[in-house]
Design a protein around this ligand. Structure first.
Ligand SMILES: Cc1cc2nc3c(=O)[nH]c(=O)nc-3n(C[C@H](O)[C@H](O)[C@H](O)COP(=O)(O)O)c2cc1C
Length: 384
């Protein structure tokens, strides 16, 4: 039975089908979003995180990440930052240039390079900083009619949970929704996310909750909604090399059993389309496009009986013609590998150790000195 799936309103944006392509650094640039949205329902397809400091510094790479394709229905941008003043300036730039329809804030990144500076999933621990950051962003976005959402984790570890407080603050400060990746920083990407935390959050706040973590199939998406009562689902790793997962979800939400099972020939055609859009993304630079495509190739070919030599040949490609040549040599009729269809993909490990600024857990608020130190160290490139 299909659980009741209703449209979600984020301020003046209507999301007819509450399905989100979760932001993924190095993955959810406009070419990948266009592929996913092409298959999927009218949901939200969020850009990879852009570092506020880099945007304010007018860094060309950051500007590239802010680009949208003409056909994107809702331009969803995700920003990352630690310094509320820099965040406010970055958001002003976005608003002044009419650069987005929706802004998501990253409070979920578990990468040591980020948490070591108090960013991402470390930040909600500091209630004053977290509150001020959202307050300033909503202060700019609100009058411009741009909804703001927050993406959080359960907390830093089992002893330092933050999600309930963080979601309450987000709600009080005017966020339109919150997405919960139901793991702690310490859990990183290991094990299974704890969907009970999503249920708990749904009960605790009035704004819509998007559940996130370990949706590998359309059935998982339905199960998360049924089990937790969340307003919608956000999908990350499950669509790596499988943008058609969004078609499966569209079918499932319509009550249909239809699922996409492309053979290798069809997957090859998606790869060719993907790499061509990446050439556009990189302003015609084929080399950058085929290099960027390497990780996607590994994901696209996952489970197919393609030998090591062919896989390596893709890694050696330097031109579009070379890439196409490799795709053409694939066995076009090889059937879709059912065995990996519902299996985890991408990152799956636990954190070795959570890195935090010195003394971070001693207090829930920041001192003036701590802020000075944090903001000075806020990285320009906070990639995942
Ligand atoms: C390669 C990679 C990059 C990611 N980049 C971001 C990001 O830029 N912003 C963000 O909020 N989350 C990011 N995430 C986290 C995902 O959005 C998502 O929350 C997480 O993968 C859990 O969902 P899943 O189980 O569906 O993958 C990233 C995850 C991966 C694997």
């Amino acid at each position: 039975m299909v659980p009741p799936v209703k449209p979600v309103r984020l301020g003046n944006i209507n999301v007819p089908v509450p399905v989100v392509l979760s932001p993924m650094a190095g993955v959810t640039n406009w070419p990948f979003r266009v592929l996913c949205e092409g298959y999927g329902p009218e949901g939200l397809y969020v850009a990879e995180m852009v570092t506020a400091r880099a945007l304010v510094a007018r860094n060309p790479k950051a500007f590239r990440l802010c680009r949208f394709a003409p056909g994107e229905r809702v331009r969803s941008l995700q920003l990352y930052g630690v310094d509320p003043v820099i965040m406010e300036r970055a958001v002003h730039m976005v608003v002044d240039y009419d650069g987005a329809d929706h802004i998501d804030l990253n409070f979920g990144c578990p990468v040591p390079k980020v948490t070591r500076h108090g960013g991402g999933s470390a930040l909600p621990w500091k209630l004053d900083l977290f509150t001020e950051l959202i307050h300033r962003v909503v202060g700019v976005c609100g009058p411009a009619g741009i909804p703001v959402t927050a993406k959080i984790r359960v907390g830093i570890d089992a002893e330092h949970e933050t999600f309930l407080e963080a979601a309450h603050i987000a709600q009080e400060e005017g966020c339109a929704a919150v997405t919960l990746h139901a793991r702690t920083t310490a859990e990183y990407y290991g094990g299974h996310s704890d969907w009970d935390r999503i249920s708990q959050l749904v009960q605790a706040v009035d704004i819509p909750v998007f559940g996130n973590g370990d949706i590998w199939t359309a059935e998982d998406a339905l199960a998360m909604i049924r089990q937790t009562g969340c307003a919608g689902v956000a999908i990350g790793r499950g669509c790596q090399g499988r943008p058609w997962l969004f078609a499966d979800i569209r079918h499932a939400f319509e009550g249909s059993d239809r699922r996409e099972e492309p053979n290798l020939g069809q997957v090859g055609r998606v790869m060719k389309k993907h790499v061509r859009m990446l050439v556009d993304f990189y302003d015609g630079d084929e080399r950058m496009a085929v290099h960027d495509m390497r990780k996607h190739v590994a994901w696209y070919l996952k489970g197919f009986g393609v030998g090591g030599a062919t896989r390596r040949a893709f890694m050696d490609c330097e031109t579009l013609a070379g890439f196409d040549g490799q795709v053409d040599q694939l066995d076009q009729d090889m059937p879709y590998p059912q065995a990996v269809a519902d299996k985890p993909r991408g990152r799956v490990r636990y954190a070795r150790k959570v890195r935090l600024p010195q003394g971070w857990l001693d207090s829930r608020t920041t001192t003036h000195e701590e802020r000075q130190a944090l903001f000075g160290a806020d990285p320009m490139d906070a990639s995942y």
